[in-house]
Design a protein around this ligand. Sequence first.
Ligand SMILES: NC(=O)c1ccc[n+]([C@@H]2O[C@H](COP(=O)([O-])OP(=O)(O)OC[C@H]3O[C@@H](n4cnc5c(N)ncnc54)[C@H](OP(=O)(O)O)[C@@H]3O)[C@@H](O)[C@H]2O)c1
Length: 333
Amino acid sequence: MKVLIIGGTGNISRGIVAVLLKRNHEVVMFNRGQHPDAPPPEIQVIHGDRRDREDFENKMRAEKFDAVIDMISYNADDAASALRAFRGRVDGFIHCSTVMTYGPPFPFSGVNISETAPLNGTSEYGRGKIAADQLLLDAHAEDGFPVTIFKPSYTHGPGMSVHRQVGGDGSWIDRLHKGKPILSAGDGLNYFQFLASRDAGVGFAAALGRSECLGQVYNIVHPEARTWDEWHRTVAQALGVEAEIVHVPQETLIAISPERFRGLSGNFGHTQIYSGAKLARDIPEFQPETPLVKSLAENIAWMDKHNRVPDSDADDLEDRIIAAVCDLPTRFH
Ligand SMILES: NC(=O)c1ccc[n+]([C@@H]2O[C@H](COP(=O)([O-])OP(=O)(O)OC[C@H]3O[C@@H](n4cnc5c(N)ncnc54)[C@H](OP(=O)(O)O)[C@@H]3O)[C@@H](O)[C@H]2O)c1
C-alpha cells in the first residue's frame, strides 16, 4: 500500500513509520523539513506547510495514495483541507485525535472511559480536535469517506520531552540526574496511561486495509494504568537513580503558579483511565510490549542528544516550594 503520513518525523509519527516500513508499505511523508531528526533515507518526503492550504492541497492532488495518516490536524480548518485534498481519492484516512476530547464536566476523574463517553473539550486543543473529528465523521456518513479516528492518551518516545505530572519542561530530568528532590501533586496516586510511540505505531499501521475500522473511533492507550509516582520512579530507574519525591497538594501548587502548574487543572490532575477494549477487539495486533524503562531510556537519550534537558539550577521555584513544604512541620515545634 502507498501510505502518506502528514508529519512523519515527530514522536508518534516515527513509531508509525517504523511499523509501516516493517510491513512493507511504501511510505511518503509530508512535512516542512524542519524537524531535527532526518527521516529514514528510503522515504520520499514532500515538503510543505499543511497550513498553506492551496499549496498543500495542490501538492496532494498531484499525487495518488492508497491511504493517508494525518498526524498534525488540530481543528476543523485542517480537517476541511484534508477533505478537499483526499475525498474520493483514498481507501483509508486515519485522523489522530486525542483523549482530551472527552468531558462531562472536565476536568474529571474517570475509569474505563470508552469512545461513547460524552465529548466536552474545555481547552482550545480539545475543542479543535472534536470539531475536526466531527467533520470527518460527517463526511463518512455522507459519502463513506474512509476515516478512522485514533485517540491516544499520553504517548512517549524519541521526538519529544518526557512529561511529568506537574508539567514544565525537561529540567526535572536534570533534577533527577543531580539527586535533587522532585515535586509530585497530591499523594502521587492518580492513575494515567503511558504508551510507547513504537507500540502506538502498531495500532495505527494495523488499522489500514481493515473495513471494520472505517467510520470508527478508537482510544489507543496502554492497557495497564500506572500512578504518576510509579511513572516518576520508572523515569528515575531509566536514569539509574532513586527518585526523592515531595508531595504537595495540587490546589497549593496551582495557587502558587496557575500558569506553571496549569496541567494539574486538566488531565494530569485527575485519574484518567481510558478503555482500550474496542481497539483490542478490532486490532488484536495492538499489544503494547515495549518495557517502559527501555522506551524511557531511548526518550531521555533523544532529549540529551537534542539539548532538551534544561539546567534545573536556572530556576529555583521548585527548590523553594520543596524547602517551604519540608520546613512546615518545624513551625509547629
Ligand atoms: N504525544 C502524545 O502524548 C499525544 C497524545 C494525544 C494526541 N497526540 C497527537 O499526536 C499528534 C502528534 O503526532 P507526532 O507526535 O508524530 O507529532 P510531533 O512530534 O508534534 O511532530 C510533528 C510532525 O509534523 C510535522 N509538522 C509540524 N507542523 C507542520 C506543518 N504545519 N506542516 C507540515 N508538517 C508539519 C513535523 O515536521 P516539520 O517540523 O519538519 O514540519 C513533524 O514531522 C497530534 O495530532 C497530537 O494531537 C499526541
